[in-house]
Design a protein around this ligand. Structure first.
Ligand SMILES: [Zn+2]
Length: 146
């Protein structure tokens, strides 16, 4: 796209993933779980729950590496309404606001800097830069009146 760095597959992240997926496997196949996984529905519920948790983890970690966590001042994110370059709306040393986003994998937590558009008088944050023109995102998660 615009030369943004791709998400990195670090050994730390891989280890974090291994621990999560091992724990998930244990919940499904470990001895302690078998008394609670008797009926078809119990097994189905557990498998779907685990898949959702793992999906949320992958999504959260991937989003945490997006350049829009802390956009370059030289390339500010565009206002979601008028597409004009936004202005940074963060105080000095202010912690990046936590965002809770509802996804198909459930609630996902992410940090994004706050930006503003003087013309539209809104505050906003961008969810992602990678392929943002290919995957339509729900409008409520694109900007907010924080
Ligand atoms: Zn605007």
């Amino acid at each position: 796209m615009d030369g943004s760095p791709l998400p990195r597959m670090t050994p730390e992240l891989r280890e974090k993933w291994r621990k999560r997926s091992d724990a998930a496997f244990e919940r499904m196949f470990g001895n302690k779980s078998q008394a609670e996984l008797v009926t078809f529905t119990e097994r189905e519920d557990m498998a779907v729950l685990i898949a959702k948790e793992l999906a949320a983890f992958l999504l959260e970690e991937h989003l945490a590496q997006d350049p829009l966590v802390e956009p370059d001042q030289e390339k500010p994110p565009a206002c979601p309404k008028c597409q004009q370059p936004g202005q940074r709306a963060m105080k000095a040393k202010e912690k990046r606001p936590d965002r809770q986003v509802t996804t198909r994998a459930g609630e996902v937590r992410l940090e994004r800097e706050r930006w503003k558009c003087g013309k539209c008088r809104i505050l906003f944050f961008r969810l992602s830069s990678w392929h943002s023109n290919l995957i339509p995102l729900p409008s409520y998660s694109e900007f907010s009146a924080c």
